[in-house]
Structures are given as structure tokens and as C-alpha cells.
Design a protein. Structure first.
Length: 144
């Protein structure tokens, strides 16, 4: 699936040109249908139950916030209630996918390299130099 497009149309427009919008949706795009200026329905491509499950998990926050920026406090409320892996960058929430096997293999090798290096360093007092595996939450706050 390439980049998805969205078209917003009135119910009347959809009725008059249903074939056109059906073809648009078949190309993995979506149509938002309005009535009296209010969004009332969404026409989306058919997907299997499994595909739908994956898509809903990946895009849940996209639909809920629809590009709206959130505060750090709002993000933390969302994060604490969710099982999804996500990052908060400049007011936007990014849902993260699962790491690949190659990623996990590299991570394991890097862990061993850093762990062995820090164990060999005499200036690292016991417990001061630690290596952690991902995921590990790190929070940076701007000063001032």
C-alpha cells in the first residue's frame, strides 16, 4: 500500500458518482462522507479481520488526534492507558512498530559489546555504568 489519500464529499456527491468513489477506495484510499457540513461516515477499502486488527492498532492514535498536537501531559495520559509503543516528539505522537529480527540481533550484539567494555573499565564503580536493552523510556525536558 502506498500513501493513502482522503477525499471529503457530500452524501449527494457520493450518490451521484458512486462508481468513481468506489474505484478511488479500491486503490486503498478513503472517502469521508458529510451531511449538512458534518462528517457522518467513512468509506474505506475492505480488509480481512487480521489486516484490520493490525491497521487499527497502528493507526488508532491517528484517528483519535487527526494530526492535532498534544501537550506532554496529554501524551503521558495516553501513554499510561495504552499498550502501544509510542514516542512523543514536538507535540506529535508516533506509534512504533515491532523491531525486526535483524534489529534484535544487532541490539543483542551491541549490548554484549557495551556490557563487556564497561565491566573492563576500572573507573566505572560497581553499578554506575549500566547497559539496558530497549524498550527503555527516556524523558528529556527542555530547560527554561
Amino acid at each position: 500500500m502506498g500513501s493513502q489519500e482522503k477525499s471529503v464529499v457530500t452524501a449527494t456527491e457520493l450518490k451521484q458518482n458512486f462508481g468513481k468513489y468506489l474505484a478511488f477506495v479500491e486503490e486503498f484510499n478513503e472517502v469521508v462522507i458529510t451531511r449538512n457540513g458534518n462528517k457522518v461516515a467513512r468509506l474505506t477499502p475492505y480488509v480481512t479481520d487480521f489486516e484490520q486488527y493490525l491497521a487499527v492498532r497502528e493507526r488508532a492514535l491517528d484517528y483519535q488526534y487527526d494530526g492535532k498536537k498534544v501537550s506532554y501531559e496529554e501524551f503521558m495520559q495516553i501513554y499510561e492507558k495504552s499498550e502501544l509503543r509510542m514516542e512523543f516528539i514536538d507535540g506529535e505522537i508516533y506509534v512504533l512498530g515491532s523491531p525486526s529480527i535483524t534489529h534484535q540481533e544487532i541490539l543483542g550484539k551491541l549490548y554484549l559489546i557495551f556490557h563487556n567494555y564497561f565491566d573492563a573499565q576500572k573507573q566505572c564503580k560497581v553499578g554506575q555504568c549500566k547497559v539496558f536493552l530497549a524498550p527503555f523510556d527516556v524523558h528529556f525536558r527542555k530547560r527554561g
